[in-house]
Design a protein around this ligand. Structure first.
Ligand code: ZN
Ligand code: ZN
Length: 361
């Protein structure tokens, strides 16, 4: 049985006999391999059918196997509704966190004799634990992302604006084979670094200030995510204290990663380290304004979340980011982020880039 057929079977087992309408393209890709930009998947007890339009006729046939394919000219939703009626499906599950309101109303109108049952992240729950093949795909994406960072840093000139560096990083990704960046690259120097999701400015980062570089690539559908700190000349002691505290917090969180540990424990480890240091009279854990990490895979943000109050436990095969940060408003920010795979006896950091501050003289 191929990996996709096994995933469809796992979904059927989770849905306990209810036919499912999978509308999220990323979930369709996970379940079938089809990567087109339009499609609707019906997963019934004994078979699965993919509905897409004529732009994807060849691609759908190449990427999938063991599925019924129905190709329409234009919108394929009417054909989907037709198939549900023809199969006399009386109860149809839909992805309540994914299906838009208009699409839901369409189903209500077209399928008056069918009960529409919301289901909660059924495919996303399968995606939390990655297969060996998926971990390899994430590793390749992570390694490409690191090479792009390295290439852009080697070319970096003090005359470059934040926007120029972000563009060079993304250009390097594309030249190395990425489909694109996983999100708009963040380059944030000095006080901009205190905004966790800063937009690169058309301005040069100040010399001797911490610069946050947060970047991710997409390769073969899989995302990577990394944050590194660079500077043009060595920053002052106060900024180095911020950096070193974040580095220590990140290492402590990584050291705690192994199967069976509660997600909140990893987050707490990072906060415990930050609590020991102060800058400008403020405890650093109070300047850590987000959770410690997130899963990633076909999407840049997936379950699980390494965050307070998350009582579920890490499992072998999960892949998460570890990214504590501190943000000192109006002054500076520091964040360090790696991708980590949970292994049977611990974990493996997939990101090859050294975590030290990269000082460009
Ligand atoms: Zn990131
Ligand atoms: Zn991240």
């Amino acid at each position: 049985m191929n990996e996709y057929a096994a995933r469809l079977d796992s979904l059927r087992a989770a849905s306990k006999g209810v036919a499912l309408y999978v509308s999220a393209l990323v979930n369709i890709r996970y379940l079938t391999g089809f990567s087109g930009s339009a499609g609707h998947l019906l997963v019934a007890e004994d078979r699965a059918a993919l509905f897409t339009d004529s732009r994807y006729e060849t691609q759908a046939a190449q990427q999938t196997s063991g599925l019924e394919l129905e190709i329409t000219f234009g919108d394929s939703r009417p054909a989907f509704a037709d198939a549900v009626r023809k199969r006399r499906i009386k109860r149809l599950g839909f992805e309540k966190n994914r299906l838009g309101y208009a699409a839901f109303r369409f189903l209500e109108r077209e399928l008056p004799d069918c009960r529409l049952a919301p289901f909660d992240n059924a495919v996303e729950k399968l995606r939390i634990v990655k297969s060996a093949g998926e971990i390899d795909a994430i590793r390749r994406s992570v390694e490409l992302n690191s090479r792009a960072f390295d290439q852009a840093c080697r070319k970096l000139r003090p005359s470059w604006t934040e926007r120029r560096l972000a563009a060079e990083i993304e250009f390097a990704m594309r030249k190395l084979g990425a489909a694109g960046s996983a999100f708009p690259t963040i380059v944030a120097g000095g006080s901009q670094g205190a905004l966790p999701h800063a937009e690169p400015r058309d301005a040069k980062p100040a010399p001797k200030s911490l610069i946050v570089v947060d970047q991710g690539a997409i390769l073969d559908g899989y995302n990577s995510d990394m944050t590194r700190m660079i500077s043009l000349g060595l920053p002052d002691r106060r900024q180095m204290e911020l950096f070193n505290a974040v580095l220590e917090a990140q290492q402590a969180a990584i050291d705690a990663i192994r199967p069976g540990v509660e997600l909140q424990t990893i987050d707490r480890r990072a906060r415990q380290i930050l609590r020991k240091s102060k800058v400008d009279g403020k405890r650093l854990d109070e300047l850590f304004a987000h959770s410690t990490g997130h899963g990633l895979g076909l999407e840049i943000h997936e379950s699980p979340r390494l965050a307070p109050k998350q009582r579920k436990r890490l499992q072998e095969g999960m892949v998460v980011t570890v990214e504590p940060g501190v943000y000192l408003r109006g002054a500076a920010g520091a964040r360090i982020e790696d991708v980590v795979a949970v292994k049977r006896n611990g974990c493996e950091v997939l990101t090859p880039t050294p975590r030290q501050l990269r000082v460009i003289e």
